[in-house]
Design a protein around this ligand. Structure first.
Ligand code: PLP
Length: 386
């Protein structure tokens, strides 16, 4: 029963609402009155087609995705998109500029934490263009080596005609997020992008998807998110793509771009309505249940308000640079994540005692990411079902 459940602060996979789990348990036995369980039903059945179409419309209406953008579903997670974004955008660039040599093509990466750093490394590994680190926030950190801030706008150096500009909206491991107040110095510097620019702006929203509206959504070429952080089980990746960025990768390959694996091509996903091959049916089904519940609660306006209050409360206690008992926050003011609160527990065995005490109270998943240490509790955001 739900009484056996603990408070799971894990960043991903992370907690799901009990009503969704209970409904999904029924769906495992009998999906949508078919007498066939969701793990057993054809992804081409009428009932599943309705489910995936409903998922698309739940995302489109709640986020306000304009009709200039397609919503695609894929597998391969956020890491899969580290590669797919590069391959599809290099193909697009090749079609637009058939004669530019790879050493003259740039890809601008905004590095503000572990995940954007990883994405930049993947772009470098794939080749086909030069990676320009538009900004590296470590250079602006308190100790010169931590991802603890979003740098001021004048620190960003974009190249002239990049094949893509990439950023990670919420850095899950480091607890750093762009401000959504565009007047704030820690917002994304949209105003620095060339107006009417061809450079596609790609954003990793894996750990902040659907917790509040996305600023300047229509100005993005690609927004993607693995479901398992915020909206469902692992196995589903949501990709919102502006239609001019869905290109014929095979035509680009004939002009010298690297061939793109067929399941990674946005065009394949678009043309097959995200059913080129068997998708993760359970993830799609359960994510639709989560978004249905969110809609009932009042959609993103409701969650934005809720999450603002949660963030205000915890950061009101954990102030920048101040120690509060044994707790100390690292992330600079204005750069704090609404989703992943990273803090240190000071003292020799304080960390151990903190984790043991939390465990005793039925709170799990508080341990920080292995790469940075410290605690990383997560606000339970849109899954709030109390
Ligand atoms: N991007 C962000 C912001 C993440 O938090 C994660 C987490 O794992 C990833 C990308 C990688 O996602 P995946 O495990 O789905 O490849």
């Amino acid at each position: 029963t739900s009484h056996d459940r603990v408070i799971n602060f894990g960043a991903g996979p992370s907690a799901l609402p009990v009503p969704v789990l209970e409904e999904a348990a029924k769906g495992l036995l009998n999906f949508s009155g078919t007498g066939i369980g969701i793990a057993e039903i054809s992804h081409r059945s009428k009932e599943f087609t309705e489910c995936i179409n409903n998922l698309e419309s739940l995302i489109r209406t709640q986020l306000g995705v304009p009709h200039t953008h397609s919503i695609l579903f894929s597998q391969g997670g956020g890491s899969g998109q580290f590669s797919a974004v590069v391959m599809n955008m290099l193909a697009r660039y090749r079609l637009l500029h058939p004669d530019v040599k790879p050493e003259k093509i740039t890809m601008d990466y905004v590095v503000t934490g572990s995940w954007s750093k990883k994405a930049a490394e993947e772009a470098r590994r794939l080749g086909g263009g030069q990676v320009n680190i538009a900004v590296n926030s470590r250079e602006f950190s308190k100790d010169g080596k931590s991802f603890d801030n979003i740098p001021a706008h004048d620190a960003f150096k974009f190249s002239r005609d990049p094949a893509l500009i990439y950023y990670c909206e919420n850095e899950t491991v480091d607890g750093v997020e762009f401000s959504h107040e565009l007047s704030e110095p820690t917002s994304f510097p949209f105003h620095l992008l060339k107006q009417g620019s061809l450079a596609p702006l790609a954003a990793d929203y894996s750990s902040s998807f659907m917790c509040r509206p996305i600023p300047r959504l229509a100005d993005h070429a690609i927004i993607y998110a693995g479901a398992q952080k915020n909206i469902g089980p692992a196995g589903l990746t949501v990709i919102i793509v502006r239609q001019d960025c869905i290109v014929d990768v095979d035509a680009a390959a004939k002009l010298g771009a690297a061939p793109v694996p067929i399941t990674f091509s946005y065009k394949t996903l678009e043309e097959s309505k995200s059913l080129y091959n068997t998708p993760s049916v359970i993830s799609i089904y359960m994510t639709a249940l989560v978004l249905e519940l969110m809609k009932e609660k009042g959609g993103l306006a409701y969650y934005e308000d809720l999450n603002r209050r949660k963030a205000g409360r915890i950061y009101g206690l954990l102030k920048d640079g101040e120690e509060k008992g044994v707790f100390k926050r690292k992330v600079k003011a204005g750069s704090e994540s609404w989703m992943n609160v990273v803090f240190e527990v000071l003292g020799d065995d304080a960390e151990k005692r903190f984790l043991e005490g939390a465990e005793h109270l039925g709170m799990k998943g508080l341990k920080g990411h292995r790469s940075v240490g410290g605690r990383r509790p997560r606000f339970i955001v849109q899954r709030d079902h109390r």
